[in-house]
Design a protein around this ligand. Structure first.
Ligand code: ADP
Ligand code: MG
Length: 304
């Protein structure tokens, strides 16, 4: 009877826009004690926008064009928002187009590109504090400026920090209910992000997650280490939920890896469960996560 019940379970999953990769996944899912959530694109919509750009000195149109060209290489939510901002702020009359000669993506940190425009070369780095400090030694922004709860990305051109982007994001409309539902089932919840501490605190507050359960400025491999450590500390199986961008190591390390997918992204291979929640606004929710959880619980109640 067990295999039949499991087939019913995975079939139910498909009806709910949830892809469950095999019956053993449902069984492991039924035994988990804690959920670890990524922030950007997982608890938040990942449709970010630049609230403010603070230049240091003069940032020329040529520089803006280089930043735009560099960020167009990446599909990271931060990159898309920054590229759009640059696009809007380039004067319409001049059609500056920078060529990207070479690019390096630093997972969970940002990117560096060699750009060329009108015969001049620019080395452009856009990313978090840790990446930009490697690129520019005299880098200093006051800590006090980092309490806003925004996502911050710095721009460094030819070894000089030339400005900082402040970006905002919003939580998914059912993120709070999802966390509270899991709590009501006795599941502990955690937040892990590559973003700043203040942005993590803001989201944790909005979804009603304990402040002690936040890990910020964590690299993609660091997220996997957090999962590993929690397994030991809690002595329980751990679910990791991520949006697939930069999250593959943690998706693999966790007992059950769940990718929240918009349907167009690629990095869902590492996941045991894929929750489709993309495209159309009304479907862009975490509902599928709860459906998968309920399916595993009811499937194994039936088996017993
Ligand atoms: P999260 O863990 O919240 O999903 P990431 O680990 O993907 O976030 O990224 C961490 C931080 O690195 C971002 O908040 C941003 O500041 C910076 N970052 C990553 N990729 C880029 C990029 N392409 N351009 C600018 N900044 C980036
Ligand atoms: Mg993410």
């Amino acid at each position: 009877a067990a295999p039949t019940a499991i087939m019913v379970g995975t079939g139910l999953g498909a009806q709910h826009q949830v892809q469950i990769k095999g019956g053993d996944v449902l069984e492991r899912f039924n035994n988990v004690g804690a959920f670890v959530f990524d922030k950007t694109g997982t608890l938040t919509t990942g449709r970010m926008s630049v609230k403010q750009f603070s230049p240091i000195g003069k940032v020329s149109d040529e520089m803006m064009a280089c930043i735009r060209a560099s960020e167009r290489i990446s599909e990271h939510p931060v990159a898309m928002a920054i590229a759009d901002y640059c696009e809007e702020h380039l004067s319409r009359e001049n059609h500056l187009v920078a060529n990207v000669l070479q690019s390096t993506i630093h997972m969970g940190k940002g990117l560096t590109c060699e750009c060329e425009m009108s015969g001049i070369k620019y080395r452009v780095t856009v990313g978090n504090k840790s990446l930009v400090s490697e690129e520019s030694e005299q880098f200093s922004f006051h800590e006090a400026e980092e309490e806003s709860g925004c996502t911050l990305s710095y721009v460094c051109i030819n070894g000089q920090v030339v400005g900082r982007f402040e970006l905002s994001d919003s939580i998914r409309k059912d993120a709070y209910n999802t966390i509270q539902y899991l709590k009501s089932k006795g599941i502990e919840t955690f937040l892990v992000t590559g973003d700043t501490h203040s942005s993590a605190v803001k989201v944790a507050h909005e979804v009603g997650m304990p402040m002690n359960n936040i890990y910020s400025e964590v690299s993609p491999s660091g997220k996997s280490e957090v999962v590993e450590q929690l397994k030991v500390d809690l002595g329980q199986s751990i679910v990791f939920v991520g949006d697939g961008i930069n999250d593959s190591p943690a998706l693999v390390t966790s007992d059950v890896g769940i990718a929240i997918s918009t349907g167009t992204d690629i990095a869902v291979e590492a996941a045991d469960i894929v929750v489709l929640c993309g495209g159309n606004e009304s479907k862009a929710t975490l509902r599928g996560l709860i459906d998968a959880f309920d399916i595993s619980r009811s499937t194994f109640r039936r088996v017993k």
